[in-house]
Design a binder for this molecule. Structure first.
Ligand code: PEP
Length: 266
């Protein structure tokens, strides 16, 4: 069976300016270097059992990269545009993020879809561009409460993913894509999907991957759960067979609570 490295990723959303970013890294890296469980987590990163990432706002990426004492924590962007340069005021290219020190980029987060109106068509272009860049895309999918209540959860996931994967290269998907299942009704609300619902949705995403790209790619792709994850519920979610990690919003903004979640993954 293919081993999938667990990814524990924090999405800071629009929080943590440069000074708070420096403070976050100082605390998290001290924990990784000197706390008993922190040292275990650092060892798990070095041996490839887990990956840790945080996604600061664009203006804090530089502070995050500069504040890091080690490569134990990867840096992610929260969004990017698909074009490499040009007249796209307010946007940022994948290559620029890579140059700034990012390893990952979150795409299609529900706030991008539902607050800023990003469409499946736009996200397909972003994912295709990310898969041919050197960044690892963390591509988010998930249903609204009304979808879940009307039994349409799988339909929504299928539509979002099948659109995103048009023209995607199977090898790139298996090697580099990360999918985050984030039910919109669970994001920032304190409501978490039940363990069974999280597992079923992640298993469904793996099944769709197998249909689209074959079983080998499906076994390799990493699928995260996101939606009101905290240290009290993270171990149970991580224990689900098809859950390969977590995308954490609110509980990742402060180093202490993010570290408590990381501790449950090692
Ligand atoms: C997120 O922003 O991706 C998220 C899951 O947020 P929260 O953990 O706060 O629900």
């Amino acid at each position: 069976m293919t081993k999938r490295t667990k990814l524990i990723a924090g999405n800071w959303k629009m929080n943590n300016g440069s000074a708070e970013t420096r403070e976050f890294f100082s605390k998290l890296e001290t924990w990784l270097a000197s706390d008993e469980i922190g040292k275990k987590a650092a060892e798990a990163v070095r041996s490839g059992d887990i990956e840790i990432a945080v996604a600061p706002v664009f203006t804090s990426i530089h502070a995050a990269v500069a504040a890091r004492q080690s490569e134990l924590v990867g840096i992610s962007a929260q969004n990017a545009y698909f074009e490499p340069n040009g007249a796209f005021t307010g946007e940022i290219a994948l290559q620029m993020l890579e140059e700034a020190g990012c390893k990952y980029v979150i795409l299609g987060h529900s706030e991008r879809r539902h607050v800023f109106g990003e469409s499946d068509d736009l996200l397909q272009k972003k994912l295709a561009a990310a898969l041919s860049s050197n960044l690892l895309p963390i591509f988010c999918v998930g249903e609204l409460l009304s979808d879940r209540e009307s039994g349409r959860t799988n339909d929504v996931i299928k539509t979002q993913l099948s659109c995103a994967w048009q023209n995607a290269d199977s090898e790139a998907v298996g090697e580099r894509a990360v999918i985050a299942y984030e039910p919109v009704w669970a994001i920032g609300t304190g409501k978490t999907a039940s363990l069974g619902d999280a597992q079923n949705a992640c298993a469904f995403i793996r099944e769709l991957t197998a249909e689209c790209f074959g079983i080998k790619t499906a076994e390799k792709i990493r699928i995260l759960y996101g939606g009101s994850v905290k240290a009290e519920n993270s171990a149970g979610i991580l224990a689900q067979k098809d859950v390969d990690g977590l995308l954490i919003g609110g509980a990742s903004v402060e180093a202490e609570s993010f570290a408590r979640i990381i501790a449950t993954a090692v």
